[in-house]
Structures are given as structure tokens and as C-alpha cells.
Design a protein around this ligand. Structure first.
Ligand code: CA
Ligand code: CA
Ligand code: CA
Ligand code: CA
Length: 539
């Protein structure tokens, strides 16, 4: 390329001819414009590189004072500086970054300024200039920015696999601070349900600004699925463990990175708040309750309260109500709906009052056996969930005793066992527990008494005794003989009524001498009395 031709043809040469002294020509540039490329944010002191075809020289062909010129930058806003600032006849210049505040690719991609060479001294009006264009290179200097400072969604807790899908409103336009996540309807939280959609933008261009959603951080994050392109977050599995009874909310961080997931990273909080679903059933503390009437038949000896718990997290799903659903003949008893307290009706109707009075006045007519009712505890959730318990109302002169029986069979037939024990004890029997007999809960009966433990069971039962308790020994013998194994070991059962401490002994050695004492013959002791006693003391 011919380096001299373009400047020689420039207008500045002509101006110099008009205004300058004869024989004095203005300084001139080797190129009439210059171009360079520099990274955005380049630090102070970074040199602008002018490669081919640019020659960074200013020349003045005059001699002496007429060949001296100053070099300045115009329209530069302080971004660059040039050196040297004075030249004589010929100067190579260098331009460096002075202040990089404006070197922001996201603000502008090019910067223009002008280099001016002005003759000093008498020829001060002789000048020439060259335009410089600086192109900025984009640098990955921006992180992805989520459109919301946090994403918060409210969804119902775990339930059965559902069909409804939540729809989350998308950000209408990509501006910071716009609230986007709004759940339109309330689905059950099952696999595939959309939880939220996160969005992030990145101001950088090209790959530097290409955002992918890379992962979800936090406990139970495997229950969520994140679409790397759309930022859509869905429930990944039906066994997601989002249980309102565990926690009211679950917190995560969603990560996004530019360069398609390998560059700058940013995170945003995602909070899933759970709405309680009525998925817990009220359950009673006890399968059965025994309450004793006072002799007046108006009250119970202790407050007769049944209690059920509902483990749901919120009202009304965990609010429990009580009602009697069967056995309350003649409506004699009232169960408080909220407190669960059972009382004897005394003032609800004249007829009942009269009837109760008559019962009290005429003790002979009183049904002395226990009354059994079924009560229900239900919650106020939708739909209701409920469970039941049994209430035994026991007459004033009732005695109950919890006893353990070792019986044949593992497990034994429950109905047969109940019938056998009722015959055996003469009382009303309620079986509370049946478990394998381990052999150590009672002393071995004899040398041969241990070998068939694996065929026996321990039955824990409550026996109700009242004034009608009676043992029919013949009936008992029949029943026992029906059981071959039992009959091999048992010849006779004795019911000791008179001692006041019901103690049941099976005695195979001495059938003629029923033994009611504490040190009864150990030969065939099959029962363990003296357990915690529910006993009404009649006064
Ligand atoms: Ca950038
Ligand atoms: Ca970026
Ligand atoms: Ca419930
Ligand atoms: Ca619940």
C-alpha cells in the first residue's frame, strides 16, 4: 500500500496552503482514520493496538518551529490518553486506556474519538485530525439474573396420584422485578405437577448470555425436576415426601449458569409452601375404655373421657369431634362432642329421669352387666376421616381384674379362647392381647412343662366380676375335654369366690382339694393373677 497518497490528498493540506505561512505546511497523519479492537472493561494502561494497515505516525515536513506540533484527543470523554503530546517533524503515538468506565459492551459496541495534531507557535491554526474507531469485544462479565428475587409457590401436600396440573403464569416480559409465579388452581401434588417456572436473563451476547438452568439444591431436591431450557420445575415422583405434617414449607435454591450451563452461575430461592390436606385419621388412645358407675348411677367414679388424636397439621383437618354411634340404648348416656366426656343423662327428659330414678330406687331391676357402646371420633376435614373405640360402662359393684392366661395354640382361636375363659372365670372376659408364650413369664410347671412352649400363647384379658359371677364346673370340664391338648394337662378348675381375691388354679395333682391360698400347689399353675387392677370399690 502506498502510505503517502491518502494524506496528501486530504483537505487539511489545502487549508494549510490558505492560512499558513508560505512554505509552512500542517502536520499530517499516515492514515486518515484508525481502527482498533479492545475487550470491554480493559484496565487502565491497556494499549490500543492498531495493526495492519495502520501506521501510528504523525509527520510535519517543515523544519524548526514550523515542524513542532501538539497531539490531543477530542470527543474522548477521558476514556483514552495519547502519548507523546508534542512531536517534532515525526512522532509515533500510542493510545492507552485512561478510564474504562465507558468501555461497556452492554452499553455500546463502538467508541469514536479524534486525534488532532496542531502546530504550535506562529502556525497555530495549522492542524490535521484522524478519526479513531474502537470496537469493543464482549466479555462474559454478567451473571444470569433471575427475574424474581425469590420464587414462592403454595401447593397442597401429598395425596393420591392426581390429574389436575397447576399452571404457573409466565413472566409477560423479561424485566427485572416482575412477579411471575401465581398458581392458578390447587392441584394435588403429584408427579408431573408444575411447581414453578424460574426465568433468568443474562445481558451478555452469544454464548456468554446463553442461560441454562442447571440444578436444584436442597433437601428433597430429587423430588423435583428442573427443565434446563425452560426453567420449568415439576414434581418428579409420587413419593415426593412433601408432607405438611413434616414441615409447612420446603426451601430450595435453583441454579442457572450462562455459557449453556458451564459459565457464570447464579441462584435464586424457591420456597414451596404446603397446604394441609386431610390425610390423617383421628385415632383413639385406647381400643376400649372402662368406666364405672357410682352407686347412684348418676355419675362415673372418675371423669369418663375418651380421647382421640389427629396428626394433621392444621384446622379443621385436625379438629376432632366425638359421638356415640351404637349401644346407647334409651339414650341414657351423653358424649360431649368436643371434650369427649361421657356423662349420664339426668335432666334431658322427664321420662328418662323417671326411668333412671326407678333404676336407682329399685336396685333389683338394674341390669348389672356392663353396657357396651361404640364411639366414633371424626375430624372436621373434607372429607371426614374417623375411627371408633369401645366404651364399657360398668355397674357399681363390678370388679375387674386383668389376668394372663397361658393357653394352647399359637395363635389360639380367639372366639374359642374367649368362650373358654368365660367358662373358666365365670366373669365377662375381654381379651386385650394375645402373644406367643415365651416360657419365662412363669416358672416351669414341671420337668416336662417347658417342651411345648412354642404351641402356647399368652392371653391378656380383663375379667369383669359382679354379683352374678358364677362358674359352672361341669360346663368347664366339657369345654376343656373338647380341647385334647388342654385336657391332657388339666383335670379340674377351681374358682375361688370366697377369698375376695379371685385366683384361678388348675390342679391336676389333687382334684379333691381346691386350693385358694397364695402358695397354691405349683403343679399346674396356669394363671398369673395380681396384675394391675381396674377395680371399683363399692362403698
Ligand atoms: Ca459483557
Ligand atoms: Ca454472562
Ligand atoms: Ca385429619
Ligand atoms: Ca395433612
Amino acid at each position: 500500500m502506498d502510505l503517502h497518497e491518502p494524506p496528501a490528498m486530504s483537505a487539511t493540506v489545502q487549508v494549510a496552503l490558505l492560512l499558513g505561512d508560505l512554505g509552512n505546511s500542517p502536520p499530517y497523519f499516515e492514515n486518515d482514520n484508525y481502527g482498533s479492537r479492545i475487550d470491554e472493561n480493559s484496565p487502565q494502561g491497556t494499549v490500543l493496538v492498531f495493526g495492519d494497515p495502520y501506521i501510528t505516525e504523525i509527520k510535519d515536513d517543515d523544519m524548526g518551529k514550523n515542524g513542532i506540533f501538539s497531539i490531543t484527543l477530542e470527543n474522548n470523554n477521558g476514556t483514552f490518553e495519547i502519548s507523546p503530546t508534542v512531536g517534532e517533524r515525526r512522532a509515533s503515538f500510542v493510545i492507552r486506556v485512561r478510564d474504562n468506565a465507558l468501555l461497556d459492551y452492554e452499553m455500546r459496541q463502538t467508541i469514536y474519538f479524534t486525534i488532532v495534531a496542531t502546530e504550535v507557535g506562529p502556525g497555530g491554526s495549522l492542524k490535521s485530525s484522524a478519526r479513531v474507531t474502537v470496537y469493543l469485544n464482549d466479555v462474559n462479565d454478567h451473571l444470569p439474573v433471575f427475574l424474581q428475587p425469590r420464587y414462592e409457590v403454595t401447593l397442597p401436600e401429598n395425596m393420591t396420584a392426581g390429574v389436575t396440573v397447576a399452571q404457573v403464569l409466565h413472566c409477560p416480559q423479561l424485566t427485572a422485578g416482575v412477579t411471575v409465579a401465581q398458581v392458578l388452581n390447587c392441584p394435588q401434588l403429584t408427579a408431573g405437577v408444575t411447581v414453578a417456572q424460574v426465568r433468568a436473563q443474562d445481558l451478555d451476547t452469544g454464548l456468554f448470555g446463553k442461560v441454562h438452568y442447571t440444578r436444584i439444591l436442597g433437601h428433597l431436591n430429587t423430588s423435583l425436576r428442573l427443565d434446563s431450557i425452560t426453567g420449568l420445575i415439576t414434581v418428579s415422583t409420587n413419593s415426593h415426601m412433601f408432607d405438611r405434617e413434616t414441615a409447612p414449607e420446603f426451601r430450595f435454591n435453583v441454579e442457572a449458569r450462562d455459557m449453556e450451563g458451564s459459565g457464570n452461575r447464579a441462584t435464586v430461592p424457591l420456597i414451596i409452601k404446603l397446604i394441609d390436606v386431610n390425610d390423617e385419621t383421628p385415632y383413639f388412645e385406647k381400643d376400649q375404655y372402662d368406666f364405672f358407675l357410682t352407686p347412684s348411677l348418676r355419675n362415673f367414679t372418675t371423669p369418663a373421657i375418651i380421647t382421640a388424636m389427629d396428626m394433621d397439621a392444621e384446622s379443621p383437618n385436625n379438629e376432632v369431634r366425638y359421638e356415640i354411634i351404637s349401644g346407647n340404648y334409651e339414650n341414657n348416656y351423653y358424649l360431649h362432642e368436643i371434650k369427649g366426656e361421657l356423662t349420664v343423662r339426668t335432666s334431658h327428659s322427664r321420662g328418662k329421669m323417671t326411668r333412671i330414678k326407678r333404676l336407682i330406687d329399685d336396685q333389683e331391676d338394674v341390669d348389672r352387666s356392663s353396657i357396651t357402646m361404640t364411639a366414633r371420633a371424626y375430624d372436621l376435614g373434607v372429607p371426614h376421616r374417623w375411627s371408633t373405640t369401645t366404651i364399657h360402662v360398668l355397674p357399681p359393684d363390678a370388679n375387674t381384674r386383668t389376668m394372663m392366661f397361658i393357653v394352647n395354640g399359637s395363635p389360639p382361636d380367639r372366639t374359642q379362647t374367649l368362650a373358654m375363659l368365660e367358662t373358666l372365670t365365670g366373669g365377662q372376659v375381654r381379651i386385650k392381647d394375645i402373644r406367643p408364650y415365651e416360657g419365662h413369664e412363669i416358672q416351669p410347671i414341671s420337668a416336662s412343662g417347658r417342651e411345648d412352649n412354642e404351641d402356647r400363647s399368652m392371653v391378656v384379658a380383663t375379667i369383669l366380676y359382679d354379683g352374678t359371677t358364677m362358674v359352672d364346673v361341669r360346663q368347664l370340664q366339657k369345654q376343656l375335654q373338647a380341647n385334647v391338648k388342654m385336657s391332657e394337662r388339666v383335670d379340674k378348675v377351681v374358682r375361688c369366690v370366697s377369698s375376695g381375691e379371685p385366683r384361678l388354679v388348675l390342679d391336676s395333682d389333687d382334684p379333691g382339694h381346691p386350693d385358694c391360698s397364695d402358695n397354691s400347689s405349683p403343679a399346674s399353675l396356669l394363671f398369673m393373677p395380681e396384675l394391675p387392677t381396674l377395680r371399683h370399690t363399692q362403698t
